[in-house]
Design a protein around this ligand. Structure first.
Ligand SMILES: Nc1ncnc2c1ncn2[C@@H]1O[C@H](COP(=O)(O)OP(=O)(O)OP(=O)(O)O)[C@@H](O)[C@H]1O
Ligand SMILES: [Mg+2]
Length: 392
């Protein structure tokens, strides 16, 4: 077991591209940390530096209190499972598991014991004599993990290990990996671009964007308190609706927010959460509402929390539906490509006027219908125009 620390780590590739910018984070002993972010944000680069497969351009990488910048992969005692793990096709499962132990020159008896333990943990005991071509994708994936755990590493790295599997198998193996990590309590760093995987597996999640750490927090905290619009729109599906808005205060002291031209009362919990709300009255801000903040109103909903809208499109998912409605809002889309500008910045000029709601299935809601949509303004998020959350 081990702690890991990135201290002001940079990676600048030979072509001059900065793939990791001033990364600072500490991973606790036995923690399950997930790196998540869009393609090209630097997740694999960070993993490869940690594993010792990629040189560090500046800063310090510290494992268990020791700077390892100049240590070889072997000296670091880290095991890594890649997206394109390759098993040796001519070897049986047992031989595949044994290979890294032979490389370590481990005595036969201990080798056998480790293989047996790993096979048991991963449900491979019945498959030890098979060759990889006689295994399913999920079983092969387990052998790849087995090859990493037999070594009993100090740190476990997994870089998109499930991307070759179908959706059902992904869910199954993701649960297995999380359980395995909890039982072994080996420090684990796991990379994915899938926010659902990140949210369901990690003790904490580090959200990356174009080489910069945006926020690191437990999954629920990321969802509840995103540090900026990038995290807010990356975590959660469909993404949070973020749009230009304005706050007002009535003579009686009630805060009102402009949502699609309607003035809705801001819930008291939000007033309490953002202690400096007063300061933002009549100033341009960004407002965020997750698709789950909308509802089909029952009789009990007050009109100052309702939005009359026309339904543009409905995606029926069985137990729920995703409803798109056109509304007079200027929505902001967050961009995330390699050519992107600084963190938290917004795509200029590309605003649409669609809001997205996630609602329980209802047959009376279909394209072209008018509905009165309830808005739970206790689930309102507020951001500065530069994308940072208010209060951060
Ligand atoms: N050898 C290299 N030279 C120059 N740029 C590189 C090199 N390797 C990677 N990059 C760039 O660095 C950035 C980060 O790459 P990286 O592979 O770490 O992304 P990632 O987050 O793992 O993406 P994905 O989810 O697609 O695997 C990318 O923009 C990539 O093009
Ligand atoms: Mg990658």
């Amino acid at each position: 077991m081990a702690t890991v620390e990135f201290a002001n780590v940079f990676k600048i590739y030979p072509d001059g591209y900065t793939a990791i910018k001033d990364l600072c984070l500490e991973i606790k002993d036995g923690e399950f940390l997930v790196f998540v972010g869009p393609s090209g944000c630097g997740k694999s680069t960070a993993m490869r530096m940690l594993a010792g497969l990629e040189e560090i351009s500046a800063g310090k990488l510290i494992i268990d209190g020791e700077v390892v910048n100049d240590k070889t992969p072997q000296q670091r005692n880290i095991a890594m499972v890649f997206q394109n793990y390759a098993l040796y096709p001519h070897m049986t499962v047992k031989q595949n598991l044994e290979f890294p132990l032979r490389m370590m020159k481990m005595p036969l008896k201990e080798r056998q014991q480790r293989i047996q333990e790993a096979a048991q943990k991963l449900g491979l005991t019945q498959l030890l004599e098979r060759k990889p071509k006689a295994l399913s994708g999920g079983q092969r994936q387990r052998v790849a993990m087995g090859r990493a755990i037999v070594r009993d590493p100090a740190v476990f790295l997994m870089d998109e290990p499930l991307s070759n599997l179908d959706a059902k198998m992904r869910v199954q193996i993701r649960t297995e990996i999380a359980q395995l990590q909890r039982s072994m309590r080996t420090t684990m760093v796991y990379v994915t671009h899938d926010q659902v995987e990140a949210m369901t597996m990690g003790d904490r999640v580090a959200v990356m964007r174009t080489g910069e750490l945006q926020q690191i927090a437990p999954p629920q905290a990321l969802y509840d308190h995103p540090a900026n619009v990038f995290v807010a729109s990356f975590i959660g599906s469909p993404a949070m609706n973020i749009f230009h808005s304005q706050l007002q205060k009535t003579e009686s002291g009630t805060f009102i927010i402009d949502v699609a031209g309607q003035h809705l009362v801001v819930d008291q919990t939000v007033v309490d959460r953002y202690s400096q709300l007063q300061h933002y009255v009549e100033r341009p801000i960004l407002a965020g509402l997750r698709p789950e903040a909308f509802s089909l109103p029952g009789a009990d909903i007050s009109p100052d929390r309702c939005l009359p809208v026309e339904v543009e499109a409905v995606e029926a998912l069985g137990h729920e539906m995703i409803v798109y409605f056109d509304a007079p809002v200027s929505r902001v889309e967050v961009e995330d490509s390699r050519d992107g500008t600084t963190a938290g910045s917004l795509k200029g000029g590309q605003s649409s006027s669609i809001l997205i709601a996630r609602l329980p299935s209802n047959r009376n809601v279909y394209t072209g219908t008018q509905v009165n949509l309830g808005v739970d303004t206790s689930k309102l998020y507020l951001f500065h125009l530069d994308g940072k959350a208010i209060g951060n």
